[in-house]
Each structure stands twice: as C-alpha cells, then as structure tokens.
Design a protein around this ligand. Structure first.
Ligand SMILES: C[S@@+](CC[C@H](N)C(=O)[O-])C[C@H]1O[C@@H](n2cnc3c(N)ncnc32)[C@H](O)[C@@H]1O
Length: 335
C-alpha cells in the first residue's frame, strides 16, 4: 500500500474482530454452501462485513453510532469514485488555521494539541463547504476520522486522554481503499439492532453486540461529534456530548431480554454469535451482561447450536487482561 491510502481495518476500535476474521470465514465456509445476503447487525468497524463483500453477495451493515454508519456507507455503499476527490483531500491537508474554532476551544490540549485541534475543526467546517454530494462528504469525513485516530492522545477510545507534554501533530488525510464494483447492492443502516431485525431478512446473520456495561457511545462520542457537527455543548474532563439517544440496552441488565428478542425476530438460515469469556473479571465494567449459558439456551430454541472456542489474547484496553481469554463463536442452524 502506498502512503496515500488506508484500509477499513486501519483503525483502533474496542472489541473489533480483526483477529477473528479467519475463524469466522472458516465457520461460514463449513456451514453454508450458498448465500446471497450477509447481515452484520452490530458492525462496528465493518471489518467482518468487508470479508463477505464479494460478487453476488449483498452485505447489510448496521450500527447504532452514526460515525460507524458513515464509514460503512463509504466502504460499502459507494459505487463510483467521485472525480477530484483526491484533490479535495490534498486541499484539506494543506489547511493551516490561525483562529480558534468550536473544536479547538473544546478539544485543544486534550486528545489533540491546540494546533491540531484547530486544524481538525477547520477541516471539518471546510468539508461541509466543499462537498458536492453525500458520497464526497462521507469519504472526506471517513478520511478525517481515520487520520485523527492515528495521532489521538488516547489508548484507542475517547473515555479519557493521557496527560502528556507533547502531542503528535502529524495529522494526514488519505484516500480510503474502496472496491467500487463490489458495492452494487449493499445497504447500510444506523438503527437499533432489534428494530432492524424485524424488517430485514438475510441468509446469514453475524451478531457481535457489546457484552459489558461500557457504552460505545461513551468511548466514541468524539467521532459522533465530528460526524454530526452540530457543535453541541460538551462537558466533563472527557468533553462528552449528550449521548442519551445512543445508549445501548445491551450494556444494561436488560441485555438477556433484548438478546432473546433479537434472536426470536431474525428471519434467517444461519446465525453466528461472537462471545468472549470475560465474566468474573476483576473490573466490574468488564463483566458480561449476558452469560454463556443464557446465549446458548436462547440460540438452542432457534435451532441446532454448536460452540466453537478460540483461544485469544484479551481484547481489552490493556490494563484489565483476563487470564485464559477465549473467544467463542456460536453457530446456529435455524429451524
Ligand atoms: C463489539 S462491537 C462490534 C465490533 C465489530 N464486530 C468489529 O469487528 O468492528 C459492538 C457494536 O455494536 C454497536 N451497538 C451497540 N448497541 C447497539 C444496538 N442496540 N443496535 C445496533 N448497534 C449497537 C456498538 O456501537 C458497537 O459498534
């Protein structure tokens, strides 16, 4: 890859399944002979869906966060490269703002230096001015998100920033690598998974919800802020916006109920569920809201269910490593 492009997986995201892709593909190959549609209903980064974005397969992505939705629309929804998009990216890279703006006032010397925060705010305002279509805007915003993720003063999420003396100011926007010809039929949604499950049908459904009390909206509020860009009030040390509309029930005690409802709603032939055994970790926030046996019992009602265990290094943020971390892939052949 040259230095002017980036791929969908070039991003830090809690619980992303980059390391699990080969196992998921192997399982799908072993269990299915033919499929037309693949629904990744808690898509996150979209790396799992991207593996199934093939000729004659329609992928359907979904996530409650608008920032993920924009990224999915960029990688899976664009059918033709917009003219002059690289020139617009070059133009954004050449911005060198002098004045304060919404972003620098709220985020300067937190996740970014004052200087870079000014640049990010100015780039985001300029994107609104120069985008001639939604497609262009999606590409430019996606490019900005991936660019600031590379230099953000964080451990990969925006729950907190580190106290540092110097920042990385090398923010550099690139062009996403998009396979335009594969994107003819795909659809992206930004909905609560349970609501969507009543409306769509798919041959295969991959399910990877959050399993503990950590809300993704808390971890990625800054991306939501950049994408929606209505310059809301932010508060607290982490400078978070109001997130009441993007809280997930999967991070609450209701998780087993909503999970059962989701599985019950699905109109599909094959279900794959990702799960990991972080139960009983020392950190309360990491404890699973749905137990292994609850998932197993719910799936068994839907069809013949198999359990595949994969040994893995913890997918945690580093501090709270669970010993003998195991990723589990449930497979359910729907009755
Ligand atoms: C474990 S992550 C998925 C990671 C993804 N498989 C990947 O490889 O990047 C769970 C995702 O579910 C989303 N989410 C949480 N609650 C949701 C809901 N009720 N409906 C739709 N998406 C939800 C979160 O925003 C998060 O991106």
């Amino acid at each position: 890859m040259d230095n002017s492009h980036f791929y969908i997986h070039n991003r830090r995201y809690l619980g992303n399944k980059k390391k699990l892709l080969d196992h998921i593909i192997k399982l799908v190959d072993a269990k299915t002979s033919f499929y037309n549609t693949f629904l990744d209903i808690f898509s996150g980064t979209g790396v799992v869906a991207s593996q199934f974005n093939q000729k004659n397969v329609k992928i359907i992505t979904n996530d409650i966060l608008t920032s993920n939705y924009v990224i999915h629309k960029t990688f899976f929804g664009i059918r033709k490269k917009p003219k002059n998009i690289e020139k617009k990216i070059d133009m954004l890279n050449s911005i060198s703002p002098a004045n304060e703006n919404y972003f620098s006032r709220n985020f300067g010397n937190t996740y970014f230096s004052k200087k870079t925060a000014k640049k990010i705010g100015d780039i985001r305002d300029t994107i609104d001015k120069i985008s001639e279509s939604e497609v262009e805007k999606n590409i430019l915003i996606t490019s900005l998100i991936y660019a600031f993720d590379k230099i953000a003063n964080t451990v990969g999420h925006y729950d907190a920033y580190r106290e540092v003396k110097s920042y990385n100011d090398n923010i550099y926007l690139k062009m996403p690598v998009i396979d335009f010809k594969l994107n003819q039929k795909n659809i992206a949604y930004c909905q609560d998974a349970n609501a969507l499950s009543k409306k769509v049908k798919s041959d295969i459904v991959y399910i990877d919800p959050p399993y503990n009390s950590r809300q993704y909206s808390d971890a990625y509020h800054l991306l939501e802020n950049i994408v929606n860009w209505d310059k809301p009030l932010v508060y607290g040390k982490a400078r978070k916006l109001d997130r009441s509309h993007i809280k997930s029930k999967y991070c609450t005690k209701d998780a087993p109920i909503v999970f059962a409802e989701l599985i019950n709603n699905l109109d599909t032939k094959h279900i794959i569920v990702s799960y990991n055994n972080t139960d009983n970790s020392k950190h309360g926030r990491s404890n699973a809201k749905i137990s292994f046996s609850q998932i197993k019992n719910i799936l068994m009602k839907k069809g013949e269910t198999e359990i595949n265990q994969i040994d893995f290094k913890a997918f945690t943020t580093g501090k709270s490593k669970t010993e003998n971390h195991k990723e589990i892939l449930f497979y359910c052949k729907v009755k």
